[in-house]
Design a protein around this ligand. Structure first.
Ligand code: KG4
Ligand code: ZN
Length: 348
């Protein structure tokens, strides 16, 4: 069964062709990062328009690379939520048009569920029940997956999502956008044990909270730059190279200490839930799962096997949407022509 997946929920226009939910025949992603970086974050109107301009060429290229003709397809999968309303509308309407024109089934997919299905795309078959940790720019969700389409929500963020915290802290430290990779890079040269930043354990709950950590970073950064000003470090043209290097080290240490705190909480809570519920496996997904410290620490501390998609399949892509669609379709599920977008859709 060949499925064309379309993903336009945020700032990536993506299209992919996947065979039987597991084999990627093509996987194209047009990132809008350069477009939004000058604003320091995603501008929804700009994102929608860019999807409109990019979607058709990306879909055509995905079909060409997969050497697939329209008549070879079995279904069209599209992200219908959660995400930015205007961005979702572009993908859903294009998917409807193709499905209608080609007489193919249309399946609206939950973007969060898609992130979990990235774990089916690299030759593995996840062992269920599994604990799923989805950490992205908009979500930090912990779920128990009992079977295909069968989820028990355990915890979620009470304030900022993990990726959102990375993005905001990167802004505080003036490291650029998107924040996750920028923090990871800066942290690579820093000492994560330098500052003991707060961890919100939220006792007896599987929920997360990252806004206190973000505020602690803000305070720490303000304190450090005030010290710098007192000692004259902020006067640009009089700074020696050693002073400039010191400032860089300071930022790197703060970035590393922040990253350490986020990873510590994510791993501890995920592993605890897995043990408590007798899960067979831990599955990760979402952009933050591309983070190397998270990947390494989860691997080291998990008592059960874990699966983490390759970084390119952790961040937004359409192959995961097509994979999820395969399992929905084989369970007899498909959407009607009245498929609507659901910007606040949850999982479970
Ligand atoms: O899943 P995703 O591509 O889009 C959403 O569904 O939100 O996740 C994007 C988020 C952003 O907040 C980005 O900063 C974060 O994932 N991210 C990372 C890394 N790569 C992307 N966070 C930490 N470390 C990374 N290497
Ligand atoms: Zn995502």
């Amino acid at each position: 069964m060949k499925i064309l997946g379309i993903e336009t929920s945020c700032d990536e226009t993506a299209a992919a062709v996947v065979r039987d939910g597991r084999e990627i025949l093509s996987n194209l992603i047009a990132s809008q990062v350069d477009l939004h970086s000058r604003y320091g974050g995603i501008v929804p109107e700009v994102a929608s328009r860019q999807h409109l301009l990019t979607a058709i060429p990306i879909i055509s290229e995905a079909m060409a690379q997969a050497q697939t003709h329209w008549s070879d397809l079995d279904a069209i999968a599209v992200t219908s939520g959660p995400g930015l309303a205007g961005s979702l509308l572009v993908g859903v309407n294009i998917a409807k048009a193709i499905a209608l024109a080609q007489g193919l089934p249309l399946v609206g997919i939950n973007h969060l569920e898609g992130h979990i299905y990235a774990n089916w795309l690299e030759g593995s078959t996840p062992d269920l029940p599994a604990i799923c940790l989805i950490v992205s720019g908009g979500h930090s969700d912990l779920l128990l997956m009992r079977g295909h389409g069968d989820y028990q929500p355990l915890g979620r963020t009470r304030d900022d999502a993990a990726g959102e915290a990375f993005d905001k802290v990167a802004r505080i430290l003036e490291l650029g956008y998107p924040g996750g990779p920028a923090i990871e890079q800066a942290a690579g040269e820093g000492n994560g044990a330098r500052y003991r930043l707060p961890r919100a354990w939220l006792k007896d709950s599987d929920d997360f909270s990252f806004s206190g950590l973000k505020t602690a970073v803000l305070r720490l950064a303000a304190q450090k730059s005030a010290k710098g000003e007192e000692s004259g470090e902020a006067v640009e043209d009089t700074r020696s190279e050693i002073e400039i290097r010191l400032e860089k080290v300071e930022k790197a240490d703060i970035a590393a200490s922040f990253q350490q705190a986020v990873v510590d909480v994510l791993v501890t809570k995920t592993v605890a839930a897995a043990k408590r519920l007798g899960a067979h496996q831990i599955l990760l997904g979402g952009g933050v799962a591309a983070n190397l410290l998270l990947r390494r620490t989860m691997t080291e501390r998990s008592p059960i096997p874990i699966l983490i998609p390759s970084p390119i399949l952790c961040t937004d892509n359409a192959a995961m949407i097509a994979s999820c669609c395969y399992f929905r379709l084989t369970a007899g599920k498909r959407s009607g022509w009245d498929l609507d977008i659901a910007p606040n859709l949850r999982l479970g």
